[in-house]
Design a protein around this ligand. Structure first.
Ligand code: 5AD
Ligand code: SF4
Length: 475
């Protein structure tokens, strides 16, 4: 499967990465916490909010779970496999109880929300279950759990955005940071568990967003990714709506773009039905808003899209792609695709392949359908595509995507891109790794130039693979 470490919102790219925080002066705290995150970028951003709340309450971060007083696992429910991964990991983390019987284990995030107190019965050694809107109550829940009680808070909120909490950046490269701009989701895609685990959609105060992005910039960061389940429906109405103007996503993009031309802006995820011309024109207007849109299609068949409750047709989606490229001919587009949704025929599958060709995706996250309990699809439709058929269709989708990614990279040969350096390349400390505006990874030799991560540099593409561009600095 083509999976690239990316700035978008999918667990496959990040699962099992065992992200633990840097140790921020551990002696300043009485107790130590360890946190590991799974799932989408939103979950990773939430863990940074949790770290901030814990710091305020006397817990310092450790990278070593064996020395932690508190072990937290921030979980994902999007597919069954994501939940299995978390359960497997929990059995390892639980070993800590043998070394330190007083250590507490807490489950955060979407699985906590989905399974609620049931989790405590299924996983006996878990002490706390805390849903995505309940992180402010962590200190109280910890105190409760310390007395030997099981502590649960899975209340969802219509208001919580953690707007006033300054996240503690965990495992950061110091160049790019995630900033959550909204929470929850009001779309009822029939396959999706998110509306149940993350609740109703609510937007965060734009001034706190701009404040957080400005802080990041002042601390040397050069890229922010604005996060939400559906960023295009961001909408903020000031309390005194008689005086203030509402802020749309296009307005917000502009506000963040104006912080500094040297700060790059990305965002994820867009719903094709909600992305407006206003957003596209704002992107086109500011050089520092990256020319890249993650625009999940899910299926290329109008009939299947309707069952998925995506509210657009195949033609409508294709017209949206055309519009994006009309306004920004150099815009990168990527997608999420599900193979083998309920009732999908061979013809529907062919429609998915042909919409991929039309859209010429630079990259896609590709999955086979996994029924999630409680979703509309689980209640209404039979999960009737045999696993071998799902897998075969997925393999065809992956094969096509590899070809499209390669084609897209080949088109970049000989072109020069402005690259933001993120750090050393994975293979060699003699090479830099950075990204183009279109979110493609570009690797190039450092040569004699005195550059650092966080710098911009012009790089000419000389070679490519399916997943990576390789280049040389343009003197
Ligand atoms: N089965 C398979 N894939 C799913 N996704 C969401 N729910 C499911 C499911 N039940 C995929 C969608 C979504 C991405 C985050 O995960 O493609 O855009
Ligand atoms: Fe993110 Fe939760 Fe969805 Fe997983 S289920 S992708 S953690 S919102």
């Amino acid at each position: 499967m083509l999976e690239r470490m990316n700035h978008t919102m999918h667990e496959e790219t990040r699962q099992g990465e065992a992200i633990a925080p840097f140790v921020n002066d551990p002696n300043a705290y009485n107790k130590k916490f360890y946190i590991e995150s799974y799932g989408c970028a939103m979950n990773f951003a939430d863990s940074e909010v949790v770290a901030s709340i814990l710091n305020e309450n006397g817990f310092g971060a450790t990278r070593n779970f064996e020395e932690a007083d508190l072990i937290l696992i921030n979980t994902c429910s999007i597919r069954e496999k994501a939940e299995q991964t978390v359960r497997k990991r929990l059995t390892e983390l639980r070993k800590v109880k043998k070394i330190n019987s007083g250590a507490l284990i807490g489950v955060l995030g979407c699985m906590a929300e989905r399974l609620k107190a049931q989790f405590l019965e299924e996983e006996k050694l878990v002490d706390m279950v805390v849903g995505p809107d309940a992180y402010r109550s962590l200190p109280g829940l910890i105190t409760e759990a310390e007395t030997g009680q099981k502590a649960v808070n899975v209340l969802l909120s219509r208001e919580e955005t953690y707007a006033d909490i300054s996240p503690i950046r965990l495992n950061t490269n110091g160049v790019s940071g995630f900033v959550s701009i909204m929470r929850g989701c009001n779309n009822m895609c029939s396959f999706c568990v998110v509306p149940f685990t993350r609740g109703r959609e609510r937007s965060r105060d734009p001034h706190s967003i701009v404040g957080e992005c400005t802080d990041l910039f002042n601390n040397g960061y050069r890229e922010v990714t604005l996060l939400g389940q559906n960023v295009d429906s961001y909408y903020w109405t000031p309390e005194s709506s008689t005086t203030g103007q509402p802020v749309t996503f296009a307005n917000l993009l502009e506000m963040v773009a104006l912080i500094d031309p040297a700060l790059r802006i990305r965002f994820s995820t867009s719903h094709p039905k909600d992305i407006t011309d206003d957003v596209l024109f704002t992107m086109a207007k500011y050089e520092n808003i990256c020319k890249y849109i993650h625009l999940p299609v899910q299926s290329g068949s109008t009939r299947v899209l309707q069952l998925m409750n995506r509210t657009y047709t195949r033609e409508w989606y294709m017209a949206k792609v055309d519009r994006i490229l009309e306004i920004m001919p150099d815009c990168g587009i990527s997608s999420d695709i599900i193979a083998g949704f309920c009732t999908e025929t061979e013809e529907d599958h062919q429609d998915t392949l042909s919409i991929m060709r039309h859209s010429k995706y630079d990259m896609s996250y590709m999955f086979f359908y996994s029924e999630r309990p409680g979703t509309l699809a689980a209640r209404r439709y039979k999960d009737d595509i045999p696993e071998d058929v799902k897998k075969r269709r997925l393999a065809e989708i992956v094969k096509l995507q590899n070809a499209l990614s390669h084609e897209s990279n080949l088109k970049d040969l000989g072109k020069t891109f402005k690259v933001l350096i993120e750090g050393n390349s994975k293979r060699s400390d003699q090479d830099w790794m950075g990204r183009t505006s279109q979110n493609k990874v570009l690797v190039f030799p450092k040569e004699q130039y005195d550059l650092n991560k966080g710098n911009y540099v012009m790089v000419k593409v000389t070679e490519c693979t399916v997943a990576t561009l390789i280049g040389k600095i343009e003197p």
